[in-house]
Design a protein around this ligand. Structure first.
Ligand code: HEM
Length: 216
């Protein structure tokens, strides 16, 4: 997550920003340590000085990683996330009020914030998508695997599969909308699980990979 070599850490070293740099203090964290968690009150903003930090949501035994932050990235403790050191790390920490000054005086601060939040949002969309479509995805991959095992024709190290179904008909079989099934098929193509070879003709390059997806 770098910005053409210049990051917030380099920026804060500029001599004209010495007093702004002084509003931050260093906090170190050992590998694996939870640095912030959603229930705590501290309202702080931090810049990663060294190491790597994971931002994630945690519910009971489930965890959803929203981003891995690297030196020069920034985040806040008031975002309802867990913040964990993936390596021995050091953070530059300050209070939210001081950050308002940074926002006014350091344009790179706002650019970095947009970049980091954009990345986190992108990952959040993918988590939401995964949760919303998980059942349909499981049905779609299981259906394709069964069809491939029963009627796939060996070709070029994989299997060729003539489904003889429109997306509309496939969607009705899976109990999903046409749009959802198209999106999920496109994801499968992007992941290399299937290759589209015609209107309803598919190539499965690696049956084992599809089996692994179905069985996880
Ligand atoms: C790069 C990460 C972030 C930074 C640097 C940051 C910084 C700030 C700052 C400086 C304020 C005070 C604004 C003001 O008083 O004028 C603020 C307020 C707020 N932030 Fe963040 N923030 C970040 C991420 C987030 C995220 C991810 C969320 C939510 C998931 C969030 C939720 C809020 C809320 C709700 C307020 C308003 C709080 C209130 O007025 O009581 N922030 N943030």
């Amino acid at each position: 997550m770098k910005f053409s070599g210049i990051n917030l850490l380099d920026e804060l070293q500029k001599s004209e920003l010495t007093d702004l740099r002084d509003v931050f203090h260093s906090r170190s964290a050992k590998k694996g340590a939870i640095i912030f968690s959603p229930e705590q009150d501290e309202d702080l903003v931090f810049i990663i000085e060294s190491g790597k930090v994971r931002i994630y949501l945690g519910y009971e035994e489930k965890e959803f990683t929203l981003g891995i932050l690297e030196p020069g990235d920034l985040y806040s403790s008031h975002a309802g996330c867990f913040v964990q050191a993936l390596e021995d790390s050091s953070l530059l920490v300050t209070d939210v009020q001081s950050v308002k000054r940074c926002m006014a005086e350091v344009p790179l601060f706002n650019r970095t914030m947009v970049r980091v939040l954009g990345k986190i949002l992108q990952n959040a969309f993918s988590v939401i998508g995964g949760l919303a479509f998980k059942d349909i995805y499981a049905r779609l991959t299981a259906y394709l695997l069964k069809e491939a095992q029963e009627s796939g024709v060996p070709f070029d190290g994989g299997l060729e599969l003539e489904l003889d179904l429109t997306i509309e008909q496939l969607s009705q079989i899976l109990g999903a909308t046409r749009q959802t099934v198209s999106t999920l098929l496109n994801n499968m193509v992007r992941e290399g699980l299937v290759v589209k070879r015609g209107r309803s003709k598919w190539f499965i390059p690696d049956l084992k990979a599809l089996e692994d997806v179905v069985n996880t």
